[in-house]
Design a protein around this ligand. Sequence first.
Ligand code: GDP
Length: 368
Amino acid sequence: MTEKIVCAGCGVPIQTEDKENIGFAPPSALKRDVIICQRCFRLKHYNEIQDVSMTDDDFLKLLSEIGKTDSLVVKIVDIFDFNGSWVPGLHRFVGDNDILLVGNKVDLLPKSTNHNKLINWMKQSAKELGLKPIDTLLMSAEKGIGIEEVADAIDDYREGKDVYVVGCTNVGKSTFINQLIKQFGGGGEQLTITTSQFPGTTLNFIDIPLDEEQILYDTPGIVNHHQAAHFISKKDYKLVMPRKEVKPKVYQINEDQTLFLGGLARLDYLNGGRRSVVCYVSNDMYIHRTKQEKADELYQTQFGKLLAPPSDYKGEVPKLKRYDFSVKDKEMDIVFSGLGWITIKGTGAKLSAYAPEDIGVTIRPSII
Ligand code: GDP
């Protein structure tokens, strides 16, 4: 029966099962005369954006609709989960529209991070993934760092056009937009935020007026199936995902040693003499050092036990994918998407990194 009811605010079919999904309303809401979904409820009463996710098919429709518009696209990624929070294929669908790339959660990086190097790495990675952004910026939506710069850049690059904000779930899109609402809505003025339905889909956009004519559209977040957040439980995700500025942890390692980041990543140091490596991961992450000859067996027998997180993983011990790296003449970071990175101090080293398929592993010039 419930699927026949539609939201009086935005028109999506109402459902009462899945809080995270579009059209959710608590069962008690069905007793009301006028039924609206939770997202519209929050918007109406608190002027607050709540993120919802959607299916891949709907998402493709949405992207190609954006491609038909003349607009600026703001793509938000989580700098701690760059690969995992990358919206795949965006550039193919948004047509000729400019894309502004924004890396969020910069507050999690140690203060000594070189933002220019990080931005260069983001540009390089974007290029490898087929995207050439008009500009690349960093911010912390939660701590309010860089928001003004991003707002100014949006204003400059949009050249009077509408703006679409896209990103995977969890990148901080709602936090960012709620900050914008606070800023644009400053001076005691209440913004009139509405929702509009996207043609041919069950999606609704949230419209935030930028000026008399132009609008900023919040789009539902896409679930990237390669996001670490979907591979591990919510409880583990909280532990793995840094919540505060990460404190570097230094290890002296020999050629025959291995470091494990819980049971989620492994780094074998193969060649290059005794040296130090620095782990930039959640302060709660368990780091385990062992001899390489014991590493395979340890992983098989201790995954989810000593080597945790994950602490409540269901199913078989995941297969790890191997990546071989050599550090030649520049200090490098080995990045485990969603977990953080390990800086290999000095030059001239050979290493192998391992992680489950869903956690992307890349190398970049050191950003500290
Ligand atoms: P959305 O799914 O993209 O809308 O993401 P949310 O805005 O709901 O944020 C996802 C999670 O990331 C929440 O736990 C936020 O508190 C957190 N978050 C968002 N922005 C930041 C940020 O700038 N820094 C940090 N450390 N966390 C953030």
